[in-house]
Structures are given as structure tokens and as C-alpha cells.
Design a protein. Structure first.
Length: 430
């Protein structure tokens, strides 16, 4: 009994002491878990505060411009080159091999100047064959003409004999009629004479028609022989032209700009050999950005800087196709160009679209689209911060764009590409 009581007393005492150690355990939990909880709170604040923190940006790395009210000149800037108005590409007239270059690019040439010499032995052989074929065809024409003329003479002789026999029979019949009327000729003999006259008359008419038909047949045979001769002459003309094309001529007065083949190179029919152009008759060929090309129209005023003077012209052609994000246009500059103007010279052009009166405009931002809404970071009074502001763009020029809403004259805005900060409502400038 005593041992059981002692055990119960021990257990009661142990249960009674356990609450007395709970404050120590709580202190341990606070000492270990407190720093962890603090770090978790700091991390949460950092995570949730990133979206609101304004990034710092170096002011010197930004392009900043001010909004202005006044007249805005609309013009499009474009780059390009001077090109000849008329360009003549010289092509190969036959399969051949370049043997010799007689004139170098940059030389002045006339229409008859031989600039290249080509070779093709087969063409020379074809020329000789064509000449022989034409000679044979001409001999055939002469032979056919002589033979037909002889046959015509035979037909005409037969016709003359038939007409002669008819006339004799006619005279005999008339004599028999008079004799029969005088009673010295029987009716049977008269009738025989009349039948003979009729027969000879019919034979004479047949021979006459035969001569007419032979004349028509003769003309047809002559035309056939002459057609064969003309075919041979045409073949000869082509052969002569191909042989003549082996001496490549400029074809027009001007400057030989380039040669696209080298000695020893074989070329096919129609291959480009060289280019000739007039250096005194040039136009400006400019490349206009696609986003600005919609405002172009023919006859707009164009000024072209040739690096040695500015030439005024007008827009004469707008390419309907877009290539590599640009539209090609041609500007007529007239005949008088500054000294040093030459084909392929790089030039700068300005196409004048018009003037917008009394509008708010800014230098054109990097991503501004004419006629569309957008956003700009607008600087505050001291320039320490820039707040994102909604604006609406209007008509554009190469270097300026109209602001229809969102900015007032004097407002300063960041015009650089700010797409990397699009999620921030403001920027801090330093």
C-alpha cells in the first residue's frame, strides 16, 4: 500500500509541475521563430512593394523634348541615290563567249561604239549555210520562172493555132453559104463546113481558158518559190544579226556604267552584258518609311541635297509595293544639276506635305504612331520625376508629331523608347 501511495504521490507531483515549465518553452519558440517571422514579413513587403517602387533612371541617357504650340511643317525625310532617267541594258543576242573587253566602265561611248567582242564559231558556220541556202532558193526562183515562161509560150502557141483554124473554118463556112445560095454547093457540104467552124471556135475558146488557168498556176508556183527564197533570206538575216551581235555596241550615247561579264565567260541569249546611261539626265530615287508613305501624292515638292547643293524637284512616281518596310519614290530634278552629280550618288531628300496651323507638337518619339493613342512619361516641375501620361497623336512629320490631347505647351516629356518601364506609373530621374 505504501509503495502504491508513493507512486501515486510521485505521479501527482509530476503532473502538477509540468505547467510550471511552459513559459520557458514559449520563450524558446519566440527566440527561434521571431527572426524567421521577421524575415518572412520583410520578404513579403519587398515582393509586394516591387511593383510600386519607381525605378531610378539616368537623366542623361534619356531624350527629353518640350511641347510647343505653333505652325508645324509636315515633311518626310528620305534617303536614296541619283539614278539615270533612261538606262539601256545591253544583252547577249546569241550564245557566245566573251573574248575581249574593248571599253572600260566610266568611258563615254556613242551608239556605234564596240565595247565587247564575243566569239561563237557555230554562228559563223550557220551564216555560211544560210548564204548558200539563199543562193539556192534564188536559183530555184529563176529556174521556176524560166520553166513556167516556156510552158506559157507553148500554151499560147496552141491557143494561136486553135484561133487560126477557127478563122479558116469560119471563112470556109461563109464561102459555102454563098455557094449554096448560088446553087453550086450542096446542103450537106454547107452543114459540114458550119459544124467544123463551130468545133474550131470551141477549141479556140478552150485554149484561151487554158492559157488563163496556166497564168494563174504560174503565179502560184512563182509565189511558192519566192516564199522559199524569202524564208532563206530571213534565216540569213537572223544569222547575220547573230554574227553581228558578237561585236557588242553601246546602242546609245552616254557613259558605260558597268560590265557584268569577264573574258572567257560564256553567256546565254538575253544575258545582261553591260549598262549604258546618260549622266546628265538624272532623277532622285528615295526610300520613304512605310508608316509615312500613306500621305504621299504625285507632284509634291521635293528638295534633294546632293552634298554639293540642294536641288528642287517634284514627286513623279510612287511605287505601289512595299519592300523592306519602305516605299520607293522618284523625284524629277530637271536638267540642271550641281557639279559632281553622278549616277549612284547618295542623297537626302525632303518631301513637303504641307503646314499645320496653330497646333501643339513635340519632336517625334521613338514609338509614336500617327493618329493613335499612346503614353509618354511627362516630367514634373523640377524634373525630378516623370509620370506616365496618356496622349493622343495626330499628323506626323519625319521629325515632329502633332499632340491632339494629353500635353500642354511647355510640358516636357521623355521621347526615348520607354517600353521597358511601361509597368511603372512614374520614373525617378537623377
Amino acid at each position: 500500500m505504501r509503495s502504491w501511495h508513493a507512486a501515486c504521490t510521485y505521479n501527482d507531483m509530476d503532473i502538477a509541475r509540468s505547467p510550471s515549465r511552459s513559459p520557458t518553452r514559449r520563450r524558446r519558440l519566440l527566440l527561434v521563430g521571431g527572426p524567421i517571422l521577421f524575415l518572412a514579413v520583410v520578404a513579403a513587403i519587398a515582393v509586394f512593394g516591387v511593383g510600386q517602387a519607381a525605378p531610378r533612371v539616368e537623366r542623361g541617357s534619356l531624350w527629353i523634348g518640350a511641347a510647343e504650340r505653333g505652325d508645324m511643317v509636315r515633311e518626310i525625310r528620305a534617303t536614296g541615290t541619283l539614278v539615270p532617267r533612261d538606262i539601256r541594258w545591253i544583252t547577249a543576242g546569241a550564245v557566245s563567249t566573251l573574248e575581249q573587253v574593248l571599253v572600260q566602265p566610266g568611258s563615254r561611248v556613242s551608239a556605234d561604239t564596240v565595247i565587247l567582242r564575243m566569239v561563237n564559231p557555230e554562228l559563223t558556220a550557220n551564216l555560211e549555210k544560210a548564204e548558200a541556202a539563199l543562193a539556192g532558193a534564188e536559183a530555184d526562183v529563176a529556174s521556176v520562172r524560166t520553166s513556167l515562161a516556156s510552158q506559157l509560150l507553148d500554151q499560147q502557141a496552141q491557143q494561136a493555132q486553135a484561133e487560126s483554124e477557127w478563122r479558116i473554118a469560119e471563112v470556109k463556112a461563109q464561102a459555102y453559104e454563098r455557094a449554096h445560095a448560088a446553087g453550086v454547093m450542096s446542103k450537106i457540104e454547107l452543114r459540114q463546113a458550119q459544124i467544123t467552124e463551130t468545133t474550131q471556135q470551141g477549141r479556140a475558146e478552150i485554149e484561151t481558158r487554158r492559157v488563163s488557168a496556166f497564168r494563174q498556176n504560174m503565179a502560184a508556183q512563182l509565189r511558192a518559190a519566192q516564199a522559199r527564197r524569202d524564208e532563206a533570206a530571213s534565216t540569213l538575216a537572223i544569222a547575220r544579226q547573230q554574227v553581228a551581235s558578237l561585236e557588242v555596241r553601246a546602242g546609245s550615247d552616254g557613259i558605260l556604267q558597268q560590265i557584268d561579264v569577264e573574258p572567257g565567260q560564256q553567256v546565254s541569249v538575253g544575258a545582261k552584258l553591260a549598262r549604258v546611261a546618260r549622266p546628265d539626265d538624272l532623277i532622285a530615287r528615295l526610300q520613304v518609311p512605310e508608316v509615312l508613305a500613306k500621305d504621299l501624292s504625285l507632284d509634291l515638292a521635293v528638295s534633294v541635297d546632293t552634298r554639293n547643293g540642294v536641288v528642287q524637284g517634284r514627286l513623279t512616281r510612287i511605287d505601289p509595293a512595299v519592300r523592306n518596310g519602305s516605299v520607293t519614290i522618284d523625284a524629277d530634278l530637271g536638267r540642271k544639276l550641281p557639279a559632281g552629280a553622278r549616277p549612284d550618288l547618295s542623297v537626302d531628300g525632303r518631301i513637303r506635305l504641307g503646314v499645320l496651323r496653330d497646333v501643339v507638337s513635340i519632336p517625334r518619339p521613338a514609338l509614336a504612331v500617327p493618329g493613335n493613342p499612346g503614353t509618354l512619361f511627362v516630367l514634373d516641375g523640377d524634373g525630378g520625376e516623370a509620370r506616365q501620361t496618356a496622349v493622343r497623336f495626330g499628323a506626323a512629320s519625319s521629325d515632329r508629331i502633332e499632340i491632339r490631347s494629353g500635353l500642354r505647351p511647355g510640358d516636357r516629356a521623355v521621347l526615348s523608347d520607354t517600353s521597358q518601364w511601361a509597368q511603372y506609373p512614374r520614373l525617378r530621374l537623377r
